[in-house]
Design a protein around this ligand. Structure first.
Ligand SMILES: Nc1nc2c(ncn2[C@@H]2O[C@H](COP(=O)(O)OP(=O)(O)O)[C@@H](O)[C@H]2O)c(=O)[nH]1
Ligand SMILES: [Mg+2]
Length: 221
């Protein structure tokens, strides 16, 4: 759950990148890390085993000040392998928003579905109702599923974000879309816009500037 301190004018959000093994969650965080100004980020903590898979989780803290307000965004990834269910649940605790990173290759579609079902199960167990933004990563693969027929995970109207995280393409757009959805879901609960005196679009513009984006990136999101 977001930490909101109206006296200190501080907002801390938690965003979690979830998805099947090897879909590119850690690569998304690396690309984000590369874009954020050094002044506005902490160390990217990542723990990898030799087979290229995240053992526990990655964490990238991003912080910035604007209008006398201090924002902190903690971005996590979970390990995708089935055996790490318990770790995923712990990392998901207190999440305010989720980016689901799906794999674009045809043979990974079953793994995508299984992982999404797992996400739903974990969220239900934790009693969390948070926005989920879906990204299809690895759009650069020659063998990739068409977006028109891609799984929208039970929501036919769901917008799908395309990315190629190795080159950084689409990473920022997905991140911004997730934070916009997060703000929109928290605003009615906390009265963020009113009590902080910051409208959502202003929050988005400032955030965008601090992660090396342009006005265009917020519009696309
Ligand atoms: N071709 C291609 N490979 C990618 C892309 N994103 C990640 N990868 C590769 O896929 C592998 C798994 O990525 P990683 O971020 O560790 O996946 P995670 O298990 O979801 O954290 C690595 O070898 C990455 O370099 C992408 O957009 N395109
Ligand atoms: Mg990883």
């Amino acid at each position: 759950m977001a930490q909101v301190d109206f006296n200190e004018r501080q907002l801390t959000l938690k965003l979690v990148y979830f998805g099947p093994p090897l879909s590119g969650k850690t690569t998304n965080l690396r690309a984000l890390h590369g874009r954020v100004d050094e002044l506005n980020r902490g160390r990217l903590m990542t723990l990898e085993t030799r087979d290229d898979r995240t053992l526990f989780f990655d964490l990238l803290p991003i912080f910035f000040r604007s209008n006398g307000l201090s924002f902190r965004i903690k971005v996590y990834t979970v390990p995708g392998q089935p055996m790490h269910e318990a770790t995923r649940r712990v990392v998901l605790q207190g999440a305010d928003g989720i980016v689901f990173v799906a794999h674009s290759s045809p043979e990974h579609q079953e793994a995508n579905r299984e992982s999404f079902v797992g996400l739903g199960r974990n969220l239900a167990e934790l009693g969390l109702r948070v926005p989920v933004v879906v990204q299809y990563n690895k759009r650069d693969l020659p063998e990739r599923i068409a977006l028109e027929t891609a799984d929208r995970f039970g929501e036919p109207e769901r917008k799908l974000y395309e990315a190629s995280a190795v080159s950084g393409e689409g990473v920022l757009t997905t991140f911004l879309a997730a934070l916009r959805a997060t703000w929109d879901s928290l605003d009615p609960m906390f009265g963020l816009s009113q009590r902080f005196g910051v409208a959502r679009d202003e929050f988005m513009r400032t955030l965008c500037a601090h992660v090396g984006g342009t006005e265009r990136d917020t519009l696309v999101a």
